[in-house]
Design a protein around this ligand. Structure first.
Ligand SMILES: CC(C)(COP(=O)(O)OP(=O)(O)OC[C@H]1O[C@@H](n2cnc3c(N)ncnc32)[C@H](O)[C@@H]1OP(=O)(O)O)[C@@H](O)C(=O)NCCC(=O)NCCS
Length: 171
């Protein structure tokens, strides 16, 4: 299946902005803090930082040449041990293309781009997101991940994606 995760340039910002509107509308179904303003617009104040902050990475997801979704990724440093961790800030597949494996393949491409320690958080009430990440993280790690329940019912998956030289020789 032809799924591509491509870095989004600042010229792609209006496309990401539109996709984020659909994403936030989906979230408004289970998160009462996500509400549109009186013009019908959902605020997302972090988007501009994806072209200002070297630790943030914006991607568009394509399926067979069609726009399929977005991924926003950020890197953080654990203040306790200085360890770098990659976090999936937002991840979205357009409704018409769901349940066909596009999300799974896009996630796999993201792991490949950022090997190392990962964290994925799922909001309370996002049952589909929880099933999706449970499945996709299980597949990527062969079950070697940890899961915790944080404040406000947020569920967190943490796991390690090996660098190519840790996965052994290609035979
Ligand atoms: C979650 C989301 C990204 C899944 O994308 P997708 O392309 O439909 O997912 P896939 O088809 O690759 O599914 C991979 C696996 O996830 C699980 N899964 C995905 N959607 C599911 C659903 N609606 N119900 C149950 N399991 C589901 C299945 O195990 C599936 O594997 P299978 O089809 O072999 O059974 C998409 O539904 C979405 O964008 N939702 C709104 C935004 C969101 O919640 N993002 C995640 C934020 S944490």
């Amino acid at each position: 299946m032809k799924v591509e995760v491509r870095p989004a340039s600042e010229q792609d910002r209006p496309v990401l902005d539109r996709l984020l509107q659909y994403y936030l509308h989906d979230f408004s179904e289970f998160d009462q803090t996500v509400r549109s303003d009186h013009t019908g617009r959902f605020a997302y104040p972090y988007l501009e930082f994806y072209w200002r902050d070297p630790d943030r990475f914006a991607f568009l997801i394509w399926y067979a040449g069609q726009l399929a979704g977005l991924a926003l990724v950020r890197k953080e440093t654990d203040p306790g041990n200085g360890e770098r961790i990659t976090e999936l800030a937002e991840f979205f597949i357009l409704r018409a293309l769901r349940r066909g494996g596009v999300g799974r393949l896009a996630a796999q491409q993201l792991w490949g781009r950022f090997p190392g320690r990962w964290r994925v958080e799922v909001s309370a009430g996002n049952a589909v997101g929880y099933q999706f990440w449970g499945r996709v993280v299980q597949e990527a790690t062969d079950g070697r991940y940890s899961q915790s329940l944080g404040r406000s019912g947020v569920r967190q998956f943490t796991f390690q994606i090996p660098t190519p030289d840790e996965t052994g020789p290609v035979v």
